[in-house]
Design a protein around this ligand. Structure first.
Ligand code: ACM
Length: 770
């Protein structure tokens, strides 16, 4: 007789295979392709790629044809040489042609897989993208043969501008590495490389007329250690740092990018972010007596180009050489973060404002940008500027790159200006953390997990329908203050670049985060793993850092990288290779008033590791009300002095102040103290028995105790992060304790509560008593 358990396993197996057979066409509707295509029609049969397969093309010298040919030669050791296309009757062939593509949108392709033949149809970039999709259908490992399921794919991009940016000023990256970056971009159908070449910390492009830009401006004496806000006094490494690209190297990169249908948009920063240029040519500043040096730390510097004829002449000379090197329609001239303090006190700058009858320093910045725009336009090119170029009036033909949220982009589109969306707040600053910042490598802060990047829609509903056409596309930026190595660049861009690619390319209706993150990303990260690209290993799919109440802990996980293993523990220890490997779902029963804890880690075939997740499930009976009869509104606070990394360190620290407050706003504490800790205590009343979900959103760490039991654990020195925790409460009064510390940069503390049957709302200290 089958035991109940065996029966269940058999049934599950039956169901699983039955499901797989019946539903295969829908399990992976995009056939693993990123970005998801416009249309995929799966058909019966397979094409078998082998050593005998030939490649035939309209034009054997075409870049896309050459790319596919060398890729397949290497991977499958094809016997036949690349051939001219012989006509419709060919068999066991991959045909690359522009025939039948007249009605495809720009950059579009059609990929048809039939048992006898694969046809990639497209022109220019379209054919190249068809080849990229075909490559994504092939197995990752070298193989004698590959079975490719029959299908008809038709595809073209949602946006014409699909960009990635790289800052090579804060840290320098070699030509070889920039090409690797371009390889990744091309694989994901991104077509614009925004190369941030000049900034305070280094001038990275050779300009023949001004050799000091690189002999002086490309070198700094030393570099800040750690996060800008971390150490007081700041620490420096004492190690000279530098590097630049010769004009030959620039031409080499531009040509390489062109071979992959990528346009390189150079950025030459003005009038701000100019310390490296001023170190080389102090006469371009408003205060020539100052001793300028290439910046060794990060941030925004007051010394900017002085808006004199000398500066305009210099910048025009620079742009003349830049325009000769880069065939791009767009030249990015920066325009961001240019403080006006120096212009305010400069007699020269003030005289210009007066002479030109400008309103103020913002008017002067606008004049500066408009003048440079005229010059760039006179060379047949157009400018892009960061959204600050809106201040004081937009230059007539400028394209705005919206980085301080979307507001600049929305305003520019409403003025009928072209816009590229790259909002730092929506997950498009890839220097921001992919998880809670203290668990990630040193960074600038911010929170930009994969799901946030994926969820973004560049066509803001705040832009009227008629002006949506001004949104040219979307870009992610990689600022490199804290990114010193190639490995870290790759870690920061992958897998988020894949999300960018789908946002930039795929029709909204075809986007599906579950399919993206759980079906396709695991395959693509396995590809990255096998091809020695670094990337951030996601945590196990289904594993969460969370705490909740239940009678069971159900464990149902999936690997986030194909071929990786999930190791888990239930004993509270951090898991590693010595622990059990997760193989199938299981459930832990939790006796009353006990808890169970699950920790997981993912380890990939090449040994890369994910963060450890921790799930704590408690089966506790609802907490009884406590007796408290005070009626004074608000909560008590105790402010303490110190530099903390955990809230546990607050007890016993020197008390600075105590009192009663009706808000968790920490601005006043922050104003008086660079670092501090604070404990709030009070009592609140709940009207009904039930589940109460608290959360804190804090920078840095915070924890909440209810009736002296920890409910929210958002501890640690980290940038803004929200962490929930839930508790069962009986009707009546309960004690509330909130501990928080601020470790130096920005201070934020918010508390939220979801009550039974109510939406989540801000939980105010004013609603408590003490
Ligand atoms: C910027 O992040 N300053 C454009």
């Amino acid at each position: 007789m089958l035991s109940k358990k065996r029966l269940l396993i058999c049934l599950t197996a039956l169901l699983t295979t039955g499901y797989a057979n019946a539903q295969t066409p829908n399990i992976d509707p995009n056939m693993g392709i990123i970005p998801a295509p416009v249309s995929v029609l799966k058909q019966v049969g397979t094409f078998i790629l082998s050593q005998e397969t030939s490649i035939q093309a309209d034009s054997v010298n075409n870049k896309a044809v050459q790319f596919l040919s060398s890729y397949l030669q290497n991977k499958f050791a094809l016997k036949n040489k690349l051939q001219a296309y012989k006509g419709i009757s060919v068999s066991n062939a991959i045909v690359l042609t522009s025939t039948g593509t007249e009605n495809l949108p720009a950059e579009g392709y059609r990929l048809t897989i039939e048992p006898q033949r694969i046809t990639v149809a497209g022109k220019g970039a379209g054919l190249f993208y068809g080849v990229q999709s075909l490559i994504q259908l092939l197995p990752i490992e070298r193989a004698a043969t590959a079975k490719i399921p029959c299908a008809r794919i038709e595809d073209y991009p949602r946006f014409g501008y699909r960009g990635m940016h790289l800052d090579v000023c804060r840290h320098f990256f070699t030509v070889e590495f920039v090409k690797r970056y371009l390889d990744l971009m091309a694989a994901y159908k991104l077509n614009t490389f925004h190369w941030h070449l000049t900034d305070d910390q280094g001038w990275r492009i050779e300009i023949k007329k001004y050799p000091r830009l690189t002999s002086v401006g490309s070198q700094r004496a030393q570099t800040l250690i750690g996060n800008y806000h971390d150490r007081m006094p700041q620490q420096f490494d004492g190690m000279p740092y530098g590097g630049f690209y010769t004009q030959d190297q620039i031409r080499d990169v531009v040509a390489y990018a062109q071979s992959k249908y990528i346009t390189v948009v150079p950025e030459i920063e003005m009038p701000g972010h100019a310390m490296a240029a001023l170190a080389a040519y102090p006469e371009l500043s408003c205060d020539t007596k100052l001793d300028y040096k290439v910046a060794e730390t990060w941030g925004v510097f007051n010394n900017i180009f002085c808006p004199t004829e000398k500066t305009f002449g210099f910048l025009q000379d620079v742009l003349t050489e830049v325009i000769d090197l880069f065939p791009s329609k767009y030249i990015h001239i920066g325009g961001d973060e240019a403080p006006k303090v120096v212009w305010k006190s400069s007699a020269e700058a003030q005289a210009i404002i007066k002479r030109l009858k400008l309103k103020d320093e913002h008017g002067l910045q606008s004049y500066f940008i408009q003048r440079m725009e005229k010059f760039v336009n006179s060379k047949g090119r157009s400018i892009i500027g960061w959204d600050e170029i809106l201040e004081g009036g937009l230059a007539p033909n400028a394209t705005v790159m919206s980085w301080r949220g979307e507001a600049g982009g929305i305003a520019a589109a409403k003025q009928n200006h072209n816009v590229i969306m790259t909002p730092s707040s929506a997950g498009y600053y890839f220097d921001h953390s992919q998880a809670r910042s203290d668990l990630e490598p040193l960074g600038i802060g911010g929170f930009a997990p994969l799901a946030k990047t994926y969820a973004y829609n560049p066509q803001s509903s705040a832009i009227p329908a008629a002006q949506q056409k001004y949104v040219l596309g979307v870009q992610a930026n990689l600022w490199t203050e804290y990114i010193t190595t190639e490995n870290k660049v790759e870690y920061m861009i992958m897998p988020r670049m894949m999300a960018l690619s789908e946002v930039a390319w795929t029709p909204l209706a075809n986007k599906n985060y579950t399919d993206f993150a759980e079906t396709r990303i695991p395959k693509h990260l396995a590809w990255a793993d096998a091809n020695k690209f670094n990337y951030r290993v996601p945590t196990a799919i289904g594993a969460k850092d969370t705490a909740y109440n239940a009678q069971q802990l159900t464990v149902d996980l999936k690997v986030p990288v194909n071929g990786a293993k999930i190791y888990y523990s239930i004993d509270g220890y951090d898991p590693n290779e010595t622990n059990d490997i997760y193989t199938h779902p299981f459930t832990l029963n939790i006796p009353s008033d006990q808890y169970r804890e699950l920790k997981t880690i993912v380890i990939t075939p090449t040994g890369k590791r994910s963060l450890i997740t921790r799930t704590v499930v408690t089966n506790h009976t609802p907490m009884p009300a406590v007796s408290f009869s005070g009626t004074t509104p608000g909560v008590k606070y105790e402010l303490v002095a110190g530099s903390f990394t955990e809230t546990g360190q607050l007890d016993g620290a020197r008390v600075l102040d105590t009192g009663i407050t009706k808000t968790f706003n920490t601005a006043a504490f922050k104003k008086a103290n660079r670092t501090f800790g604070v404990t709030y205590t009070g009592y609140f009343n709940v009207d009904a028995d039930g589940k109460y979900i608290f959360s804190t959103q804090s920078d840095d760490g915070s924890v909440i105790y209810i009736d002296d039991t920890m409910v929210v654990d958002n501890d640690g020195k980290h940038s803004l992060y929200e962490q929930p925790g839930e508790v069962l409460l009986q009707k009546g009064m309960h004690k509330f304790t909130l501990k928080y510390f601020e470790a130096g940069a920005f201070s934020t503390l918010r508390v939220y509560l979801t009550m039974p049957g109510k939406p989540k709302g801000e939980f105010s200290a004013a609603n408590m008593v003490n």
